[in-house]
Ligand binder design. Structure first.
Ligand code: PMP
Length: 439
C-alpha cells in the first residue's frame, strides 16, 4: 500500500529508478525514451554530470539561507546570466521555485506595480481561452482551461478570456495569415474597451501554446500588434514562457522570435531541467523602478525562493543553453524532428496538423482531415495514445482539446536537446506504433 497521495488516486504509477541521457528506467528495468522531457522540463536529459556536480558542491558549501536575511552567490550569478541573455529592457529576475509560483509572482508584481504608480483601479487581467498558466488559484484564474477551473471557479478572481492565436482552427477561408493574426489580436483592444482600459492590469499569454493546444506558435505579427495595444492603453504584457522558454523553441526566450519585449516574462521547467525545482519572473527596468521609487518592498515571497542549490543547478543549465550552444542545437535538431514528423505523419489520415518550433512540436489528432472534426471526447483518444506510447517505451504528452469543444486531441513532443539523430528515428517509430494502436 502506498501512503503517497497520488494524483490518479486509484492507480500507482511505475517507479522511476534511474535516468540515462534521454531515457528513464523503471524498477522492472524497462527503458522509456523521454519524448516530452516529462512536460518540457528535461532539456539536458537525465544524467548531466556538470549540473549534478554544481548541485553537490553548493549543497556542501551552504544549502539554504533565507532570502529575508541573505542573498547567495548562485542566485546572483544565475540572475546575472539570465539578464545578460534576456531581451533588451528585461533587467531583474525574481527567483521562485516553479512555474505556477512564477506566474503567481508575475500577477502580483503587475498588480502592485499599479498600486505603486498610483493606478489602484487596475484590478483585472485579460488572458486567452484554452490556455494553462498553472494550478495555484491566481494562475488558475488566468488560465482558460474550462475543466481545470470548474471545481474552483467560486474561489477565483474574475478574468476575461479572448481567442487564442490558433490558425489551424481560427483562420477564415481566404483570410491571409497576417490578417488572421491582426484580427485575433484586435480582440484584446475590443475587450479592453468593453471593460474600460483603466481597470485592466495586463494581458497574459504564452508565445507558443504548450499543454493546452500542443505547440502552437502565434502567427507573424500577432504579438507586435498585442504589444502595440498594451502600450496604447497602458496595460502590461506578461508572457508565460514556463513551458516554451529556455531554448525549447530554438531561442533562449521564445518571444525573441516574435520581435517583442514583454514587461514581465515567466520561466521555469527547462530552467531547472528537472534537477531542481526553480522558476523566475523576469521584469523590465520600468517595473522594478516603480518598486524602488515607491514602497521599496514587493509584498510577496515564499520560504524556498532563490534556493542556493536550485540556483547553482540552473546557472549551469543556462550556461549550457547559451555559451554551451545547446539552444542552437535545439534549433537545428528541431528541424530534423520536424522533417521526421512530416515524413512519418504528413499523410496520416488522423494527423490534421504538425506544428511547433525547435524541440517543441505538436500533432493535432482529428477524426477527419478534411473537415478537421475531432474524435468525440468519449473516445479519450489522447489517453489511449499516452497509454500505447508508454507501453511502447515512449513518454509523450497528449492532451484532449475537445474539452472546450474547439479542437482535436493533440500530442506534444518536447524531447531533450541532447538527443542523437538516431533517437529521433526511435521516437517517431514508437509514436507511429502508438498511433496505430490507439486510433
Ligand atoms: N505556465 C505554463 C505555460 C505551463 O505549461 C505550466 C506547467 N505545465 C505552468 C505555468 C505551471 O508550472 P508548474 O507546473 O511548474 O507549476
Amino acid at each position: 500500500m502506498s501512503h503517497v497521495f497520488h494524483r490518479h488516486t486509484r492507480k500507482i504509477p511505475p517507479v522511476a529508478v534511474s535516468g540515462e541521457g534521454p531515457y528513464i528506467v523503471d524498477s522492472s528495468g524497462k527503458r522509456y525514451l523521454d519524448g516530452s522531457g516529462g512536460a518540457a522540463v528535461s532539456c539536458l536529459g537525465h544524467s548531466d554530470r556538470e549540473v549534478i556536480a554544481a548541485m553537490t558542491a553548493q549543497a556542501g558549501q551552504i544549502a539554504f539561507a533565507h532570502t529575508g536575511f541573505f542573498t547567495s552567490e548562485p542566485a546572483e550569478r544565475l540572475a546575472d546570466r539570465l539578464i545578460a541573455h534576456a531581451p533588451e529592457g528585461i533587467e531583474k529576475a525574481y527567483l521562485v521555485s516553479g512555474g505556477s509560483e512564477a506566474v503567481e509572482a508575475a500577477l502580483k508584481m503587475a498588480r502592485q506595480y499599479f498600486v505603486e504608480t498610483g493606478e489602484p483601479g487596475r484590478t483585472r487581467f485579460i488572458a486567452r481561452r484554452q490556455s494553462y498558466h498553472g494550478n495555484t488559484l491566481g494562475a488558475l484564474a488566468t488560465g482558460g482551461n474550462a475543466w481545470r477551473r470548474a471545481p474552483f471557479a467560486p474561489l477565483m478572481a474574475e478574468t476575461s478570456h479572448i481567442s487564442p492565436c490558433y490558425a489551424y482552427r481560427g483562420q477564415l477561408p481566404g483570410e491571409g495569415l497576417e490578417d488572421y493574426g491582426q484580427r485575433v489580436a484586435n480582440e484584446l483592444e475590443a475587450e479592453l474597451l468593453r471593460l474600460g482600459p483603466e481597470t485592466v492590469i495586463g494581458f497574459v499569454a504564452e508565445p507558443v501554446v504548450g499543454a493546452t493546444l500542443g505547440a502552437v506558435p502565434a502567427v507573424p505579427g500577432y504579438f507586435k500588434r498585442i504589444r502595440e495595444i498594451c502600450d496604447r492603453y497602458g496595460c502590461l504584457l506578461i508572457l508565460d514562457e514556463v513551458m516554451c522558454g529556455m531554448g525549447r523553441t530554438g531561442s533562449l526566450f521564445a518571444c525573441e522570435q516574435d520581435g517583442i519585449v514583454p514587461d514581465i516574462v515567466t520561466i521555469a521547467k527547462g530552467l531547472g531541467a528537472g534537477y531542481q525545482p526553480i522558476g523566475a519572473a523576469l521584469c523590465s527596468g520600468k517595473i522594478h523602478a516603480a518598486f524602488e521609487n515607491g514602497s521599496g518592498f514587493f509584498q510577496h515571497g515564499h520560504t524556498y525562493i532563490g534556493h542556493p542549490v536550485a540556483c547553482a543547478a540552473a546557472d549551469v543549465v543556462v550556461q549550457k543553453l547559451t555559451e554551451g550552444g545547446l539552444t542552437a542545437r535545439a534549433a537545428e535538431l528541431g528541424e530534423t524532428l520536424d522533417a521526421a514528423l512530416h515524413d512519418a505523419f504528413g499523410d496520416h489520415p488522423h494527423v490534421g496538423d504538425i506544428r511547433g518550433r525547435g524541440m517543441f512540436r505538436g500533432l493535432e489528432i482529428v477524426r477527419d482531415r478534411d473537415s478537421k472534426d475531432p474524435f468525440p471526447p468519449e473516445r479519450a483518444v489522447n489517453q489511449a495514445i499516452k497509454r500505447a506510447a508508454f507501453e511502447a517505451g515512449l513518454i509523450c504528452y497528449p492532451m484532449g482539446g475537445t474539452i472546450d469543444g474547439r479542437s482535436g486531441d493533440h500530442v506534444l513532443l518536447a524531447p531533450p536537446f541532447i538527443l542523437e539523430p538516431a533517437q529521433i528515428g526511435e521516437l517517431v517509430d514508437k509514436l507511429s506504433t502508438a498511433l496505430s494502436e490507439a486510433l
